[in-house]
Design a protein around this ligand. Structure first.
Ligand code: C2E
Ligand code: CA
Ligand code: CA
Ligand code: CA
Length: 278
């Protein structure tokens, strides 16, 4: 037991140290990323479950690191949140996504909707409503075109404040989606109280939907609940034909997943949609 303890100790220290060091490095590099234009948005199609037509896209950020190549948001969003860079990063994402969508709507992809992820710190930022107002003024996206995806935890921290922020966003024509639905701790009660327009069933429930009875039951219940509250229901992480068929038969409205497409760079997304709809 003693040897084991010593081993743990020996391995624990350097790895903690490494992690802290790595975070510091990412943080410094991330400042440069914003400065030197190393971020890029990828777009994953959102598909009508029944007609299989593309109705919109979710913008997902990528980082082209000069030494490390392409980095996924799982590696840097939480660092951006901790070091206070998330508001700048989030503002960049929102601007870019809305400008791109405006261009697409005026040229090759009329009617396209866009979803943007919002982190909790952004939602709490006093500047959020003002900056969304500015973007909506500049891009003149019609009501219902921009959707912000938030997680359940955002609503629970300060429910009164959350309601008023959501109402201000709604007044700007922005729709709100609850992301990763079902994975949070909150009660279902908030769906009634908050001005939300759609829920996204988390990937973890969709994974085994065609084989696991519990996941089936959960997904059935979420679709029923969503529809009885007049919400659009989106399923994410659809990888198999059987999952698509199950969701379609249960009346799910929209789906996203590798079955159709991974998140794609803007130009690739555009040609993918055009080719698909020929
Ligand atoms: P999310 O919002 O739940 O986004 C869905 C994630 O699942 C994306 O990962 C997407 O590439 C992946 N995905 C989509 N379809 C499938 C599928 O069929 N199978 C599997 N296995 N995965 C699928 P990504 O792009 O790495 O993003 C991870 C998370 O990072 C996002 O989860 C979101 O929470 C966060 N994120 C991404 N972009 C932004 C951003 O601009 N701002 C903020 N605040 N967060 C972002
Ligand atoms: Ca999302
Ligand atoms: Ca998710
Ligand atoms: Ca997520």
């Amino acid at each position: 037991a003693k040897a084991e303890g010593r081993n743990n100790y020996r391995f624990f220290l350097p790895s903690m140290h490494e992690r802290v060091k790595e975070r510091k490095t990412i943080e410094e590099d991330l400042r440069n990323a914003l400065e030197y234009d190393q971020l890029e948005l990828y777009y994953q199609p959102k598909i009508d479950c029944r007609t299989e037509r593309v109705v919109g896209a979710e913008a997902l950020v990528r980082w082209h690191h000069p030494d490390r190549g392409l980095i996924l948001p799982g590696e840097f969003i939480s660092v951006a949140e901790e070091c206070g860079l998330i508001n700048r990063l989030g503002a960049w994402v929102m601007n870019k996504a809305c400008q791109q969508t405006q261009i697409w709507r005026e040229t090759t992809l009329p009617g396209l909707r866009i979803a943007v992820n919002l982190s909790p710190a952004q939602f709490q930022d006093a500047e959020l409503v003002r900056s969304v107002t500015k973007i909506m003024d500049q891009t003149r996206l019609p009501d219902g075109t921009l959707e912000l995806e938030i997680t359940e935890s955002i609503l629970m921290n300060n429910p009164e404040k959350a309601v008023s922020t959501l109402n201000e966003l709604k007044a700007l024509g922005v729709r709100i989606a609850i992301d990763d639905f079902g994975t949070g701790y909150s009660s279902l009660n908030y769906l009634k109280r908050f001005p939300v327009s759609s829920i996204k069933i988390d990937r973890s429930f969709v994974n085994d939907i065609h084989v696991d009875m519990d996941d089936k039951a959960i997904v059935d219940a979420v679709i029923g609940l969503g529809h009885s509250l007049n919400l659009e229901v989106v399923a994410e992480g659809v990888e198999e034909v059987e999952q698509h068929e199950y969701l379609r038969d249960k009346g799910c409205d929209f789906i996203q997943g590798f079955l159709f497409a991974k998140p794609l760079p803007a130009a690739t997304f555009e040609s993918w949609v055009l080719e698909r709809h020929g």
